[in-house]
Design a protein around this ligand. Structure first.
Ligand code: CP
Ligand code: NVA
Length: 323
């Protein structure tokens, strides 16, 4: 059965650890695995702009021995002259992976429903699960473990990153608290799904309008832009989020040695101050680099689990993840 990665919960807790272990392994030895040797082509489609996602997928596909086919916004027939289903029917015959940054989560689900090859969510309005693989990898590097670690997210708690922190954090057994202003809190179904997963992992999820509540004891403090892509016209004035800025005063309320994350791009002086982003607690550049390693691991893992990888690739991956 083809495995897709459309939301953070598309990996079980055990599978998440497998992908993170594989990512660590590929960070140590970047060219050890030719999962896309051939070279096989992987389509990377963008309906929204990108720096990190574009570069990390292109570099990662190349490092796995494959060839990235980058399709920029407006370049394909997809979405205006051709349906998602028909696009999937064409792509799955010619590429080994479909990686897509788009608006509606439903579009990704439709693409996956018609594709024999794995479909990866490279950010939607609802979730950013590839980013969370990199974030969790970074937290493991800095703190040594994920289970039971407290993570606070401050800012637009209704956006894709907040949803992914809740889901992926719960999946990893973390204690996640997201804080944002009234009107910018996560949808009930996201919180319920995260809470359900947390019950199986020993994690916890909480939502609050009080940043101090989220920050108390937090070992990881994360934020994201106050205006996400596609939401510029409905953007709130910055004052709406002012109490949720990740600044030195906020960081002081977190645990000693807390790690700062931001998926980037950041607006210094808005959701995060330059002092914090460029300061000693910040792990944002490791986090950006880890997109590469985590996504390579994810691509290889999905191909193996979908029965689409060569025997030697299957053997290599199985050996690494069973350690
Ligand atoms: N964090 C992230 O996804 O960055 P890009 O929008 O530059 O890809
Ligand atoms: N919430 C942001 C994340 C960018 C990587 C957005 O969707 O624009």
């Amino acid at each position: 059965m083809t495995r897709h990665f459309l939301t953070d919960l598309d990996l079980s807790p055990d599978e998440l650890v497998q992908v993170l272990d594989l990512a660590d392994r590929l960070k140590a030895e970047p060219y050890a695995l030719g999962a896309l040797a051939g070279p096989q082509t992987a389509a990377v489609i963008f309906d929204k702009t990108s720096t990190r996602t574009r570069v990390s997928f292109a570099a990662g596909i190349s490092a796995l021995g494959g060839s990235p086919l980058i399709i920029n916004p407006g370049e394909a027939q997809l979405g205006h002259k051709e349906s998602i289903a028909d696009t999937a029917r064409v792509l799955e015959r010619q590429v080994s992976l479909i990686i897509w940054r788009t608006y509606a989560q439903a579009g990704l689900e439709e693409m996956a429903a018609y594709s024999r090859v794995p479909v990866i969510n490279a950010l939607s309005d609802a979730y950013h699960p590839c980013q969370l693989l990199a974030d969790l990898m970074t937290v493991r590097e800095r703190l040594g473990s994920l289970q039971g670690r407290r993570l606070a997210y401050l800012g637009d708690a209704a956006n894709n990153m907040a949803a992914s922190y809740l889901l992926a954090g719960a999946n990893a057994g973390m204690k996640v608290c997201v804080a944002g202003p009234q009107g910018h809190l996560p949808a009930d179904h996201i919180v319920a799904a995260a809470a359900e997963r947390a019950r199986t992992t020993g994690g916890e999820v909480a939502v609050t309008t009080d940043p101090a509540q989220a920050l108390a004891g937090a070992e990881v403090v994360a934020t994201d832009t106050w205006v996400s892509m596609g939401q510029q016209e409905a953007a709130e004035p910055a004052e709406t989020f002012a109490d949720y800025q990740l600044n030195a005063q906020a960081l002081q309320q977190a645990a000693d040695g807390a790690v700062v994350l931001h998926c980037l791009p950041a607006t210094r002086g808005a959701e995060i101050t330059a002092e914090v982003m460029d300061g000693p607690a910040s792990a944002v550049w490791d986090e950006a680099e880890n997109r590469l390693h985590a996504q390579k691991a994810l691509m290889a893992w999905l191909l193996v689990e979908s029965g689409l990888a060569a025997d030697e690739v299957v053997q290599w991956v199985r050996q690494e993840v069973s350690r």
